[in-house]
Design a protein around this ligand. Structure first.
Ligand code: NDP
Ligand code: MG
Length: 381
């Protein structure tokens, strides 16, 4: 029986982790659940799974909840949330945002296997996280569909030799649109992703392609790849989840219908592959699987992310913070879609290079970039 501390249980990924645990109750047990404030769903989850620990990070929320089910220690605040990873076999970090980084670092410090969905962990703290994971000999398993695809094509060996890592992108809802056409797209248009159902932040990032830039930065750390070895290509139907090219010119692709339950389940069961409630793609019915170019300059957020990744040091962390603030403002309808990139660009131009390879410095970078972003958003309205 493998015990899982699930951080971000009420989110899109978290709910799919729960589905995998429901599918294999003899293999997996949720020893702890953590969410921020969605008390209704959280209460349903703790009633069903009866974790030893259940924590909502936002204070004051549990006051309005019914008494915890028998055997469940219910608490609030980040300190108790962090303790949840102390007592588990696998820490599944599926919280959103920069907040995810501290859970990943805590899991590594405790020597736990880390199933990593949270992107911001490696985008912001890649150098620190990979160094600590290596030092502690921690098994860091990618969950994002692209990184899972690469890891599968590398036979679950992240250090296997390769010539290129080829990330695929659906292109999002706005691929092929001009800058002029994008100026007036609405929040609703942006949240209508053609192939994936995800949380709001990552759905917006998939429309700006900031998400693909994040994945390039993550791939750089996960697979110790130079940026020159990482390529991206658009595959509009999201059947090919990514590919690895080898020295002899061969390319291995990982394919399935798009659902995150496959990479989530595999992160927990590998090298074993178990039924995941999914049909094998019907290739004859699918017809063409097309590949299209992703031009760096066509999506300013993607371009900014690649530049920040190449610059290194504090830039990716500042990029992420600016992105979180800008997307928040867009979702609150304070700025328009094309202003997301403008806010990020302006924050990065005000950011001075500095080393940021410990958690405290990263928090400082994150805070300062958010402050700048808030000022810029205020002036833009
Ligand atoms: P959601 O917004 O759907 O869910 C976020 C989850 O994190 C919720 O459970 C939320 O709780 C919780 N949360 C928010 N802040 C904190 C905090 N400070 N401490 C603990 N928990 C917190 O996001 P997604 O599930 O879509 O994404 C989660 C992460 O996985 C992101 O980093 C995303 O980039 C990455 N990812 C997601 C994919 C997807 O298909 N969705 C694919 C690949 C990567 P509450 O509900 O109470 O607010
Ligand atoms: Mg992805």
């Amino acid at each position: 029986m493998i015990s899982i501390a699930l951080i971000g249980s009420t989110g899109s990924i978290g709910r799919q982790v729960c589905n995998v645990v429901r599918r294999y109750p003899d293999r997996f047990r949720l020893s702890a659940l953590v969410a921020r404030r969605n008390k209704e769903l959280f209460f349903e989850q703790i009633s069903e799974f009866r974790p030893a620990r259940a924590v909502l990070t936002e204070r004051g929320v549990i006051a309005g909840m019914p008494t915890a089910p028998d055997g469940v220690f219910l608490a609030e605040g980040e300190e108790d949330a962090l303790k949840c990873v102390e007592d588990c076999d696998v820490a599944f970090v599926a919280a959103s945002g920069f907040a995810g980084l501290k859970y990943s670092l805590k899991a590594i410090a405790c020597g736990k296997k880390l199933a990593l969905a949270n992107k911001e962990t490696l985008v912001c703290g890649g150098e620190l996280v990979m160094r600590e994971a290596a030092r502690r000999g921690v098994d860091l398993v990618p969950v994002d569909s692209e990184h899972s695809a690469l890891w599968q094509a590398l036979h679950f060996d992240r250090r296997a030799p390769f010539e290129q890592l080829i990330l695929t992108a659906s292109g999002g809802p706005f691929y092929g649109k001009t800058r002029e056409e994008l100026r007036n797209v609405t929040v609703e248009d942006t949240l209508r992703h053609p192939t994936w159902q995800m949380g709001a932040k990552i759905t917006v990032d998939s429309a700006t392609l900031l998400n693909k830039g994040f994945e390039v930065i993550e791939a750089r750390w996960l697979y110790d790849a130079s940026f020159s070895k990482i390529r991206t290509v658009v595959q509009p139907t999201s059947i090919v989840h990514s590919m690895v090219a080898f020295a002899d010119g061969s390319v291995l692709a990982q394919m399935s219908y798009p659902t995150m339950e496959v990479p989530i389940q595999l992160a927990l069961t590998y090298p074993e592959r178990l039924p995941a409630g999914l049909n094998i793609p019907d290739f004859a019915a699918l017809g063409d699987i097309r590949f299209l170019p992703l031009e760096r300059k066509a999506f300013p957020c993607y371009d900014l992310a690649l530049t920040a990744g190449e610059q290194g040091d504090n830039y990716p962390c500042a990029l992420n913070a600016a992105g979180e603030e800008a997307v928040g403002a867009f979702l609150r309808r304070q700025i328009g879609f094309t202003q997301i990139a403008e806010v990020i660009e302006e924050v990065l131009s005000r950011t001075e290079r500095a080393r940021a390879d410990d958690y405290e410095s990263l928090c400082g970078v994150d805070r300062r970039a958010r402050e700048e972003a808030v000022k810029i958003i205020g002036n833009a309205q």
